[in-house]
Design a protein around this ligand. Sequence first.
Ligand SMILES: [Zn+2]
Length: 234
Amino acid sequence: MNKILFINALGNAIIYLIVYKSKKVDEMKDLLKGILNFREKDYYTHKELFNDLKEQQKPHTLFISCSDSRVDPNMITKSLPGELFIIRNIANIVPPFRKSEDYAATTSAIEYAVLVLGVDNIIICGHSNCGGCAACLMSEESLDNLPHTKKWLELSKSVRDRILEDKTVVDKGKREWMMEQANIVEQMRHLLTYPYIAEKVENKTLTISGWHYIIETGEVFIYDKVAGEFKLAN
Ligand SMILES: [Zn+2]
């Protein structure tokens, strides 16, 4: 590398570092500002509610959504703290019930919500442009550098196989949309493999719903079990 090129490269690297670092500092500053803002405004608006919640929670709904930063369960349902017990993971997946000695984050949260908190409803909320669902449709090798994600998405492999079997769908966007919706229905089925959930659904003391949230429009399509399709909530 000649001297001028080297100086240019070094200059670009320094600029990049300064911009990158200051961006990170700004992000943290904004979050800290947010904490103060919350305490001064929103907290005061709901001060009584927070006081009521100080010793116990009684959420009515277990909300299982994707970890995606664009999905905000409380915002899209206009609900308040104490209403939703929330599980978030990649592609809003529910592992089928199994007796296991593993560390089971999603399964233990379901167990707690249903058996201890006694929620009345479970909502599986998928969303548009879901990276997890899109990754399910990619070649398995493409996830080799993300071994835990690859393993986790195996739980939706049967959905992936069904979508890819349908050769009439060639459009990538349409295929991903179908994957997202079929994945929601699959997770609703997985919930019924939990004996205590199946029993409560049978006794009509627990409902299971499937939602498909569209990021750019704010719309939610709800799964109609009788029609076997998602319909716009309105
Ligand atoms: Zn997602």
